[in-house]
Design a protein around this ligand. Structure first.
Ligand SMILES: Cc1ncc(COP(=O)(O)O)c(C=O)c1O
Length: 411
């Protein structure tokens, strides 16, 4: 509780109420446990720990070393790998540091285009990754929304990138790690997988681990399906790369790690190692498939016609004749928190694209199962058929609030 700053206390209270009363359907969000929050809000935030366990620059590292070693050991167990760097402040810094470790400035990366579901840091034009490195982008087939691996191979053979980056922020199908690796090997490129969205599924064996297919490096955020604090993580099985990665994270790209966050990661990794977490991630996928099917039954155009993970991407323009900006706003007014998103072959601006991206990770944490997600599909349909009707939106908001009350936040 914030005691001495009433303005800040009010902001925090209001955000807590918002989280309580709204359905969180943003695919990159989740609700952390009270232990994770306790570590984040702890006195570890006071401590500077530049360097690595046993080799720091400042005194007083007895317990920070323990915290970091614990997080590293648990990360290695969770992802069945030999080396882990738990210091990246978030997903974008993890990606940047990895590229810095593997490539010289001016070399070439090949990642999925932002408008087809990739992330900014995969060499997208506004990102610094396309300033430091040459960038070539691949996309998905406009008809199926899936990656065409023959096309990917052709681009790779023509462009000869030094690193191929597999991963996404808005794609609902599994990637073929084996094919990525074969293509990269055929041109002598590094393989990097960014599993930020699907880390929870990889950790629990619901989806394949790119490291098991020989990927050189895996990066991830720790806060999406992995349900930890907002942070980044870099994994590899190669000792030589792990040394380069450590040097790239610190002193190459970051200063002191946030040790409150490192301990919170250790806690989250331990939570993810428990059998209940596997049950949770299975339910997240079942819920997403239910949501996609239900929306499809209501006539909604689902990109890729379904999902293998927690993401459901749909075309609100073709389905409801409204753009993503208006759809996101109407859904928010009804207590459904989502985000507008580009879809493959997008013809509109990213500020008002044709799609809406949904995710089931957060509400599954609050105990939603298939029945609740069927209801979510109905509510979305009602909202998007009446985006300018305040009475309908108000009624749905009340209904959402009542359902949320039955499913409190984890603490
Ligand atoms: C695939 C992917 N990589 C990296 C990031 C960046 O993570 P952060 O926002 O924590 O920097 C995201 C964020 O959404 C993402 O989806």
């Amino acid at each position: 509780m914030i005691k001495y700053d009433p303005i800040s206390a009010e902001i925090l209270k209001n955000e807590e109420l918002r989280q309580l009363n709204e359905m969180e359907l943003i695919a990159s969000e989740n609700y952390t446990s009270i232990d994770v929050q306790t570590a984040l809000g702890s006195i570890l935030t006071n401590k500077y720990s530049e360097g690595y366990p046993g080799k720091r620059y400042y005194a007083g590292q007895e317990f920070t070393d323990q915290a970091e070693n614990l997080a590293i050991e648990r990360a290695k167990r969770l992802f069945n790998c030999k080396f882990a760097n738990v210091q990246p402040l978030s997903g974008a810094p993890a990606n940047f540091a990895t590229l810095l470790a593997l490539l010289k400035p001016g070399q070439k990366i090949m990642g999925m285009s932002l408008s087809h579901g990739g992330h900014l840091t995969h060499g997208s034009e506004p990102s610094f990754t396309s300033t430091v490195w040459k960038s070539v982008q691949y996309g998905v087939d406009p008809e199926t929304g899936l990656i065409n691996y023959d096309d990917l191979k052709k681009i790779a053979e023509k462009e000869k990138p030094d690193l191929i980056l597999a991963g996404f922020s808005a794609h609902s199908r599994s990637l073929d790690w084996k094919k990525f690796k074969e293509i990269a090997d055929s041109i002598g490129a590094y393989t990097m997988a960014d599993i930020a969205h699907i880390a929870g599924f990889v950790a629990t064996g619901q989806l394949e681990n790119p490291l098991d297919h020989g990927f050189d490096v895996v990066t991830t955020t720790t806060h999406k399906t992995l349900r930890g604090p907002r942070g980044g993580l870099i994994l590899t099985n190669h000792e030589d790369l792990s040394k380069k990665i450590n040097f790239a994270v610190f002193p190459g790209f970051q200063g002191g790690p946030h040790m409150n966050n490192v301990l919170a990661k250790a806690i989250a990794f331990n939570e993810a190692l428990q059998p209940e977490f596997k049950t949770y991630t299975k339910q997240v996928i079942k819920n997403a498939q239910t949501l996609a099917n239900e929306l499809k039954n209501l006539g909604v155009e689902i990109i890729t016609d379904g999902t293998d993970n927690h993401i459901v991407l749909f075309n609100c323009l073709s389905s409801f004749n409204i753009g993503g900006k208006q759809a996101q706003l109407a859904l928010e007014q009804a207590g459904l928190s989502t985000n507008k998103n580009t879809i493959p072959n997008e013809t509109r601006s990213p500020f008002d694209p044709s799609g809406i991206r949904l995710g089931t990770a957060a509400m599954t944490t609050r105990g939603f199962k298939e029945a609740e997600f069927k209801k979510v599909a109905e509510l979305i349909d009602q909202v998007l058929k009446n985006p300018e009707n305040p009475d309908v939106l108000d009624n749905i908001k009340n209904e959402v609030k009542a359902i949320c009350k039955l499913h409190p936040l984890p603490h």
